[in-house]
Design a protein around this ligand. Structure first.
Ligand SMILES: Cc1ncc(C[n+]2csc(CCOP(=O)(O)OP(=O)(O)O)c2C)c(N)n1
Ligand SMILES: CC(=O)[C@@H](O)[C@H](O)COP(=O)(O)O
Ligand SMILES: [Mg+2]
Length: 638
């Protein structure tokens, strides 16, 4: 259902329409845009606080820039809802993040206004600089290139790598630092302190204001005064600003801090910046959740992506369970880690900016000296963990599977080659759901399988997660545990922990004709599939392998000795994944069987609910049942 936009917003289908309005009307347009986001997200879900915080900035940018000719790059893109709405997707916005609908992030194949595909953080400056360099090469002097990056994303190493390059680039690049003091959780680290300092420091701002006032006075005296101005400016910059401003020190002209909610002032500033050549940064101070009281004044982490809510009362809807619910895997991880850490003082916790998402916040609250949020810094998180391990500590480094892609070399070079005892917990493994392809945890099994010393495990339920975590503390090397977004299956999950011999799978169900080998939580789909199959007189065997590496050779000898028809199921990329490992093992050990591998195919799978995506890829319960039926019908060729 398309939600009615406000009176002015209704007339805007592109930035060209926006430009038809007067500057004075931008406040009303901003208000209507904000309301439209509230109306939609409250009913259809999605990211929230971040988009509200950049409403004025979004309006001002599209008012001043000549998009899509000028290149506007949003970092992460979870804040780009206003941009989507102003650039022709207002009438589709109710399909945001829904299966078959528009993406929750900017996406090049969705709109010419989406200059760069995003979802992972800290890429915007590099991408915009690449675009700016291309314009310079092509001699296109007028084109603007703007990266909008949050203070949280600015903590990512890539942002610094890009600024290091940008500062010597002589390009038309504007970096807009959207500083709301928040990541998903409160932002952390020395950079955050620095930004707070320059936003609030009286001395810094007084000097800066006086400089600009002085320049303003001189500018009234005409051309000759311009020379004085530039000399004065140059001298002051060289001394005061360069020494005291991080960005100036990197050769990026620094402007701000400005109020990121004053749309008219933003229009003025951006119009001026367009005419200043070279790389520059505008520091905007904004409030996450701005303009919607529950988000602005309440828990900003909750309002990052609140789920559905009553827009009038601000009540976030929670499903009222009729029976005891199984916990989320992330919470089992968080509580179990604290339990283990209480018994073993070597255990430490590390998260790169996902304390709430990974439930590492449980340990951070209970044991603040032993659990760290290191900012959006996956590479650092892994190597920092490696450093801890060299000193005999046992770090549990928890990174979403998709974000672990950032730290691949660190896993290989810093952890595995030195065989260090780092426990890598890969949350959100498998389809992430509504976040879509940028966030699906599809590639961890294939990419980890080839790493020497690496153990790869996945629990089918909460009890196994606890046991694997316990087992990891006893293994002298890198140990990875992957588990999905969402709930497990055991309401009574606080089971006593025990060691699982490394590489040992288990039989879940004896059966005939077909053996189903599963890895991880997806094994519960096989259990569901059996219900319909049993009614049809089909009774496949089911093995929960628990480890992809090392595989359980003993169990596999038993399976391939007994079955000529085997199905493997994984919530991960098929190419090089768990099924591939089983087939490799089969041929290496001289067996031959008909093997069907179910999992994520070699193509981009878009967004939707997890179950919708599993269905699309043929490994939901019905897909598994269908694979069994097909296999039973097919005669094996000799
Ligand atoms: C590489 C990577 N790590 C972690 C995340 C998860 N993540 C998404 S948004 C976000 C916070 C970003 O903070 P900021 O850039 O300040 O944006 P804000 O939400 O405050 O507007 C995080 C940690 C991500 N998208 N990419
Ligand atoms: C934009 C982003 O990367 C995060 O906000 C992500 O959507 C969080 O995912 P979870 O909701 O699974 O924690
Ligand atoms: Mg922020």
């Amino acid at each position: 259902m398309i939600i009615n936009p406000g009176k002015l917003l209704a007339q805007i289908d592109s930035p060209a329409d926006l430009k038809k309005f007067s500057k004075d009307q931008l406040i009303q347009i901003s208000d209507e845009l904000r309301q439209f986001i509230v109306d939609n997200v409250s009913i259809y879900g999605g990211h929230f606080g971040a988009s509200l915080g950049v409403v004025e900035l979004t309006v001002a940018l599209h008012f001043v820039l000549n998009t899509p000719e000028d290149q506007l790059v949003w970092d992460v893109g979870h804040q780009a809802y206003g941009h989507k709405i102003l650039t022709g997707r207002k009438n589709q916005f109710h399909t945001n993040r829904i299966y078959g609908g528009i993406s929750g992030f900017p996406k090049r194949n969705e709109s010419e206004y989406d200059t760069f595909g995003v979802g992972h953080s800290s890429t915007s400056i590099s991408a915009a600089l690449g675009m700016a360099m291309a314009s310079k090469y092509k001699g296109d002097k007028l084109k603007q290139h703007v990266a909008v990056i949050g203070d949280g994303s600015m903590t990512g190493g890539m942002a610094f790598e890009a600024m290091n390059h940008a500062g010597v680039s002589d390009t038309n690049l504007i970096i807009i630092l959207n500083d709301n003091c928040m990541s998903i959780d409160p932002n952390v680290g020395a950079l955050k302190d620095y930004l707070t300092d320059i936003t609030t420091s009286h001395t810094y701002n007084k000097v800066k204001d006086e400089v600009w006032n002085l320049l303003g006075k001189f500018s009234k005296f005409g051309t000759s005064a311009q020379e004085v101005i530039s000399k004065v400016e140059g001298a002051i910059k060289a001394t005061v600003l360069k020494q005291s401003n991080l960005f100036e020190s990197l050769n990026l002209r620094y402007f701000g801090p400005v109020d990121g909610h004053d749309v008219n002032h933003l229009v003025e500033v951006l119009s001026d910046l367009k005419n200043i050549p070279g790389p520059k940064i505008l520091h905007c101070v904004t409030v996450k959740g701005k303009g919607y009281a529950p988000a602005e004044n309440g828990n900003k982490t909750t309002w990052h992506a609140p789920g559905l809510f009553d827009k009038v009362t601000g009540e976030i809807y929670k499903k009222k369970p009729t029976a005891p619910q199984a916990p989320k895997y992330q919470d089992v991880f968080g509580h179990t880690l604290v339990e283990l850490a209480k018994e073993n003082d070597k255990i430490m916790g590390v998260t790169p900016a996902m304390p709430s998402g990974s439930s590492m916040n449980i340990m951070m609250n209970e044991m603040p000296d032993r659990a760290f949020d290191v900012g959006i810094a996956e590479q650092h998180a892994v190597t920092f963990s490696a450093g801890l391990a060299t000193q005999g500590l046992i770090p549990f480094c928890n990174i979403y599977s998709t974000f672990m892609q950032r730290a691949y070399d660190q896993v290989v070079h810093d952890v595995a080659l030195q065989n260090l005892q780092v426990v890598l917990c890969l949350d959100r493994a498998g389809f992430a759901g509504a976040d879509g392809p940028t966030h699906h945890g599809a590639y961890d099994i294939p990419s980890f399988r080839c790493i020497p010393n690496m153990v790869i495990s996945a629990p089918m339920n909460e009890e196994e997660l606890r046991n694997l975590m316990f087992t990891a503390t006893t293994y002298q090397g890198p140990f990875s545990i992957r588990y999905p977004r969402g709930q497990g299956v055991m309401p009574e999950w606080r089971t006593p922990m025990r060691n699982i011999p490394i590489g040992q799978g288990r039989i879940v169900k004896e059966g005939e004709e077909v053996a189903i080998l599963t890895i991880g939580h997806i094994g519960n789909y096989a259990v569901e599939a059996f219900e319909s199959l049993e009614k049809e007189g089909l009774s496949p065997a089911h093995y929960d392998m628990r480890f992809v590496k090392p595989l359980d050779g003993e169990l596999l000898h038993e399976i391939f000795g007994k079955f000529k028809k085997v199905i493997t199921v994984e919530d991960g990329a098929l190419m090089g994944g768990f099924g591939s490992a089983v087939v490799e093992w089969m041929t290496d050990n001289g067996y031959s069987a008909q093997v069907k591998r179910l999992g994520i195919p070699d193509r981009v799978v878009e967004h939707g609910e997890q179950i919708e995506l599993h269905r699309e890829c043929g490994f939901d319960p019905e897909g598994i049942a269908e694979a069994v039926r097909e296999m039973v019908e097919v005669q094996v060729r000799d």
